[in-house]
Design a protein around this ligand. Sequence first.
Ligand code: ZN
Length: 355
Amino acid sequence: MSRDAAAGAALAIGIDLGGTSLRLAAYRGLEAAAGAAAAAAGPGGAPPVALTPVAHHREPVGEPRDPDTMVARIADHVARLVDAARAAGDADDDAVVPVGLGIAAMLRDHRGTVANSPHLRWRDVDLGARLAARLGPRHPLAIHNDVNAITYGEYGLGAAVGARDVLAVYVGTGIGAGLIVDGRLAEGASHCAGELGHVKVAWDAGAAPCACGGRGCVEAYVGGSYLLRRIRGELAGGAPSLARDLAGAAPVTVAHVDDAAGRGDRWALELWQELAPLLAIALGNALALLNPARLVLGGGVLSRTPVLVELTLAALEIAAPAAALEPLTIAPAALGDDAGLVGAALLATRDARPG
Ligand SMILES: [Zn+2]
């Protein structure tokens, strides 16, 4: 097999260490697939590539979650995945298998030092050094923030294929964003680039307090945890809305509110009409600054609220400069829960390449 062919079929492992789940997947030929997708993409992008892992594993983060235990668990699962891939003929015994890990944390440096992870209750943990020592030289390691890994997955094989400049915005429990600038992940001077959730959209006395300690952050209005608290509070307070009937005995979700808004429910529509411009201001300012070719929208709130997305995009026509909108295509995130695994594996593969 030629060197290029061997590289094309190479194995890489992606890991997603989130607040609730630890997931791992071994992919074969990831970089070759990403190269082929980029070559085939037109100006509007390319269909996402459905890439099946050759081996995968998922388990709850659970307890204990101290760094020593977590590093040992991850290293054991990596060894098992590689063994499974070898048994299936998907990797040579002496193959170098890059390992990429996306973590829900604020990182301090390129070596995978975790400054702070509220989910794992970690502060100043040298995760990269510990895990690299356990994995050994056959597993070059790359550690990135989870939103950056997700963004890179969409860039390599999902909704942003074919674009060199990408802004990916995820509105879920919180709001996060990832940036690709001229084909490279842009992480900023202190690895905090993409903190779009804490862009201020209000600064009067009534501006909503945010968990970051600030006030008026867009996340404190549109982020899922704030949004749900407000929705359930207003409905419990007697706001008349179809959303309550749509939910039945279940707790009301953003999807019920969106459904109600789509049916013309006045309370739901007024809420969405209040929030859509706030999200559009944050997006529009980011577009003005970055001039991306592709805006990817995803996350647990935006994937369930087509009416809110539609209203946001309409407001974006006003909130963003025409020059930033002109080259832009907007696409929903395409890889779902697998984006972070794919992105981490792809980042590790590219980081590990000599030169
Ligand atoms: Zn904030």
